[in-house]
Structure formats: C-alpha cells, structure tokens
Design a protein around this ligand. Sequence first.
Ligand code: BG6
Length: 337
Amino acid sequence: MSSSVAGAGEESGAAAPQGPAPVERCKGVNGLEKVVLREVRGSSAEVYLYGGHVTSWKDEHGEELLFVSNKAIFKPPKAIRGGIPICFPQFSNFGHLEPHGFARNKTWTVEADPPPFPVPISSKAYIDLILKPTEEDVKIWPHSFEYRLRIALGPGGDLMLTSRIRNTNADGKSFSFTFAYHTYFSISDISEIRVEGLETLDYLDNLQDRARFTEQGDAIVFESELDRIYLGTPSKIAIIDHEKKRTFVVRKGGLPDAVVWNPWDKKAKAMADFGDDEYKRMVCVEAAAIEKQVTLKPGEEWTGKLELSAVPSSYYSGQLDPDRVIQDSTVPEDSIS
Ligand code: BG6
C-alpha cells in the first residue's frame, strides 16, 4: 500500500492527483518503509526511513546517479551498502561508538508537525525526518538530541540534504560529535574518473594510521585502494566522469572535511554486502566534519548541508581552482532551507 504525502508529512486526503505525487510513502525491499520524491521534470529520489537513508537519486531521464550494491542487505541492524548513509554521532572509529555511529541503523520518523523552519519555495518534492534517541541509544551515547533531516529535490533535479542537530540535554551537558554524508556515487569506471577541488590540501590517510600528508596531484585519480580524510576543503568538489560525459558537483555547508574512499579489489572481496567487482562502479566522496568535533551546548543547534548536482561533462573541469572556490560562500541558505 502506498500513500501520497503533501509537503512535510501531511497526508493528502484529496482525490488522485494529476500525475505522480511529489511525495509518496510506500514499502521498499523487505517491506521497509520508504518515501519516493518526484520532481515535475522527472527527477526522483528514494529515502528509507531505516537509516534516514537515501538509496536512489535519478535524473530527469531516469538514470540512477547513486551506487547501491547488488548485495546490499536491507535488514536492520545492518546499514544499507550504498546511497547516502548518515554517519552520526561518530564518523568511523573516531571515538568509542560503533564505526560510523548509530543513525544509519535506526528507523527515523516522518515529522508529523511542520518543522520549526521554512518550507522550500521552489519544490514540493521534499520530506522532513526526525531521529531522537531511544533508551538503548542513551546507554551507548548518554545524550538527548533532536536530529531533523530534510531531503529535497530541486527543480533542476539537484538533491539536497539538510541536517539540523539540536542538543536537548536537560542536565546542562554539552555533547560533541563527528559526522559524514557517506555518499556513494555511481560512476562508469573507477580507473577513468578524477576528483577535483582537493588538490594541495592536507589529508589523513586511513590506510597509514591516519598519518598526515599533503595532496601533490592536480586531481585525485584511482589506481588502488584509497581511504583519505581531506581537511579544510572548499565548499565545492567535482567528480569528473569522462566516459559518462558527466560531472557530479558536491556543494556543502558546515562540513569542512571530505572523505574519499574506494575499497578496490581486496577489501571489496572481504565485504559480505558488496560484489567483488563493484568497486569499479562506485566512489565515495563524503562531506564531513571530522578533524574538529562539533560541540553543542544545551539548546544549541548545528546545521550541515549537502547539495548534489549532475552536470554535463567537463563543465567544471579545470575550473575548480581551490583558491577560488575556497572563497565561495557555503551552500546558500535559501537554496535548501
Ligand atoms: C569510509 C571509511 O567512509 O567508509 C572507510 O573511510 C570504511 O575506512 C568505509 O571502510 C566503509 O565503512 P562501513 O562501516 O560502511 O563498512
């Protein structure tokens, strides 16, 4: 059974709408609840309430832009392999919690009441989710929080995620966290793509005990396993896929770091929920806040924004001079609020 949802979570009681509904709630794999967003020009996205996890983002021609493994396990407590897992309150094992935190394997709720911030003006294809800790969560991370996640499709098919995390501790205690939008992009061939916008920056190499290095190449290319946390990155990063004649542009706000990851063949084989050759068709570029933890006092709120677009090939190639883009403002407020 499926139902249309008007705006941020209101059930539509009207007769069948003309054309597909901008927001539809239905069942996904293994009966897990999901939300389908559809923009009038044809782009779409799918979000599982399990994990608050985007599992699909298609352009107006119906082409899938995110990678999800054919072996992904859509069954709690395993996080879905691919799409956009939310890493909170911890990225990787920077801390004592399970790697990448618990938000990616909790079931989120569609906000019943309009959230305390404006609705998007340019699109009806959005959904507001909320995550609050359970008693079980409090045992492993003793804090009270409200995490509001808005997922929206823009009129041009851009995918926008806004995280608002508020400290609701009643005991006067601050809390700190690290965070990432662990985005898996679908690409033609890992050996053929380049990631631009991170050149000359320092990074921590996860494959060398997080030793610090400075990027020397004029772009990141892939010849073997790569797992790095780039620090103090500009607000725009490009993934250039010549074969697909497509460039992904990652724009971010409130998220200074960027993780770049490809497991390559050996690690691919070691992952039960990932096909042996699938590493060739994916790359993770993850907007993140890792090196400096985010700290919130009670009543304080943090916002982290991600905006993804897919543009025709070479559009950004050679234009991502870090000195130039570093001065760029972060993702504009009105584009995704
Ligand atoms: C990346 C990390 O973000 O996620 C890698 O940098 C990690 O070190 C990868 O292997 C996948 O993590 P997981 O927990 O989803 O298997």
